[in-house]
Write a protein that binds this ligand. Structure first.
Ligand code: PPS
Length: 567
């Protein structure tokens, strides 16, 4: 028999079809909430039982104990808070015990949440407990502190319909389906492998050895919901996994995609991954080196000890009910022409490895990728996706007070880019944007944030297609700038340039006469006068146009770009 789900019962939260149909009709008259990508991924796994025993988003009591002790209020092990964050206005609009419709971005109602709890979490404390840090270099921390609403809604869910997917549908399974598949194929011992990267020979060796060691079949279950910013997109990865599958012995391995929004939470996240795999019917779970680690912190130190995840899981193995298969990194020994665990390397071995960064460099430069490292079919797919010498898109995001010289500097940089090369450049200047893209928006905090998010969104599309986006809004709020950064960094570099010309200088220039009008009270909420400008804490560059000429400032921007290999 297969292992029982976490908490004993698979909690599928979909209503039977007639009831779901009725609820769907009723949902139209309920308050509507549009789920963001993370919430949508979480919802999918809540509804299909991947997050059993959860039956909804966490209320305060569960949340507090999950954060502090990795347990639900009833004591069940649960390491990551699954919460529905919203803005204050939305929370305030809800009556006691309200029901809300949870919709995808197209407005399709997927579930109804009965709100049992509305609470303000201490997100700093959450970051500290769950991620062990408040350093925003950590993508999970940055999301929690900068892009998570201040209010959480807890309550039970009733599922109306599954989130729709149109890609790789044959490779997507609910826990129930995968369990059925295992039963039909007589698979009982199953070792699951989690990944967010393309798989190469080392991964094949590792997974095969792990399966052999515990006498189990192999479930390759990559996360395809949301992984670390900058990762290879899942379409490319899945094409690689499919090729790789042919390199396993027949009837040994299967591939299934997991719509998980990763938090990069290291040890706690590894524990969560194990619980999810148990719900999908796996009896064993591979935990490698630095499982779900986000890399290095702002000081260049790794966020987590590379073996902390293995230790944490070993500690809870009994209670977990899924067996942990810890595995050291597999490395290639050229002298033996074979892969072996790092722990078995002898002094005379000539160890070779190619890191993710090195692989990207070789792809970019069109350099050889050796056969010992990966399979030719995989290289072919990666090369198609990352053609050699294809220039990387990036955003130059100028931010600063009105009259600081943002637009002028942006124009100077633009002219130089167009003089020296033929790369596509799109300019998203403050005033220009407000005439088209953001027409109708004013200068309230909300409208300014919306303006910056729109700019970030358009920039991210430009960059996705390899272009350069030059943005020059005031962008007075750090939160909105962080959001624009996040949107852009999904596809390329975000270069924040703080045009730090002091207020006195901007005001004395008063190019448009707006400062005088603001001082006279004719314009209300003018940035720098009676509206805030939050100074960027760590921009890529800072230039003050009262200290250098526009052309010198443009030189500095160019020098920076050249230094980073962007120009
Ligand atoms: S924001 O805050 O980023 O959305 O602003 P942005 O889109 O860059 O628009 C700023 C330009 O709008 C004019 N303007 C104001 N700026 C600041 N505060 C108030 N209340 C305001 N009202 C009008 C102003 O000309 C800004 O242009 P620049 O080029 O920055 O001087």
């Amino acid at each position: 028999a297969l292992v029982p789900p976490h908490g004993g019962v698979l909690r599928e939260l979909y209503l039977p079809s007639a009831e779901a149909e009725a609820l769907k009709r009723r949902s139209a008259s309920l308050p509507q909430w549009t789920l963001n990508q993370r919430q949508l991924c979480d919802l999918e796994l809540l509804l299909n039982g991947g997050f059993s025993p959860l039956q909804g988003f966490l209320g305060r009591t569960d949340y507090d104990r999950v954060v502090s002790e990795m347990r639900l209020a009833d004591g069940t092990l649960w390491p990551i808070p699954i919460t529905l964050d919203v803005d204050e206005a939305f929370a305030a609009s809800l009556a006691d015990g309200a029901q809300i419709s949870l919709n995808d971005i197209q407005g399709t109602p997927l579930a109804v949440l009965t709100v049992e709890d509305v609470y303000f979490p201490d997100r700093i404390a959450e970051a500290r407990s769950v991620f062990g840090t408040t350093d925003r270099t950590h993508p999970g921390v940055a999301e929690l502190l900068d892009r998570t609403g201040p209010v959480y809604l807890g309550g039970r869910l009733q599922g109306i319909q599954q989130p729709s997917h149109y890609d790789f549908t044959a490779l997507r399974h609910s826990p129930r389906h995968l369990r059925e598949w295992f039963r039909q194929h007589g698979w009982h011992r199953i070792v699951a492998f989690q990944t967010r990267n393309p798989m190469h020979r080392a991964h094949r060796e590792l997974t095969l050895r792990a399966a052999e060691k515990v006498g189990a079949k192999l479930l390759i279950q990559p996360s395809v919901g949301r992984t670390k910013p900058g990762d290879v997109d899942h379409y490319t990865r899945v094409r690689c996994y499919r090729e790789l599958l042919a390199h396993y012995p027949p009837d040994h391995a299967t591939l299934s995609l997991l719509p998980l929004a990763m938090r990069m939470g290291g040890p706690r996240e590894a524990l969560w991954h194990a619980i999810i795999r148990k719900n999908y019917g796996a009896s064993h779970f591979i935990v490698g080196r630095d499982h779900a680690g986000p890399g290095k912190d702002a000081e260049g130190k790794p966020f987590y000890d590379p073996y902390a995840a293995q230790h944490l899981l070993a500690e809870h193995e009994q209670e977990l009910g899924i067996q942990i298969v810890p595995f050291p990194a597999m490395v290639y020994a050229a002298n033996r022409d074979t892969y072996l665990p790092q722990t078995e390397v002898a002094a005379q071995d000539e160890v070779r490895d190619i890191s993710g960064t090195e692989l990207r460099r070789r792809l970019h430069n069109g350099e050889a990728i050796p056969e010992w490292f990966t399979f030719p079919e995989v290289v072919k797919i990666l090369r198609e996706r990352h053609p050699a010498n294809a220039p990387q898109g990036y955003a130059l995001f100028f931010t600063g007070l009105s009259g600081s010289g943002k637009s002028t500097l942006a124009q100077a940089v633009l002219a130089r880019l167009l003089e020296t090369g033929s790369r596509p450049v799109t300019v998203l200047d403050g005033d220009e944007v407000r005439r088209h893209l953001s027409k109708g928006l004013g200068f309230s905090r909300e409208d300014r944030d919306a303006n910056i998010t729109r700019i970030g969104y358009v920039a991210s599309e430009v960059i996705r297609h390899g272009g350069i986006a030059i943005c020059a809004p005031i962008a007075p709020y750090a939160g909105a700038r962080a959001e624009a950064r996040q949107l852009v960094q999904a596809h390329g570099r975000f270069v924040e340039i703080h045009v730090s010309t002091p207020l006195e200088v901007c005001e004395s220039r008063d190019r448009k006469g707006l400062y005088a009008a603001a001082r006279a009270g004719k314009i209300k909420g003018f940035t720098g006068i009676d509206d805030p400008y939050e100074i960027p804490a760590s921009p890529e560059l800072r230039v003050d146009t009262s200290q250098v000429t526009v052309s010198e400032a443009a030189d500095r921007v160019f020098a920076w770009l050249r230094n980073e290999g962007l120009a």
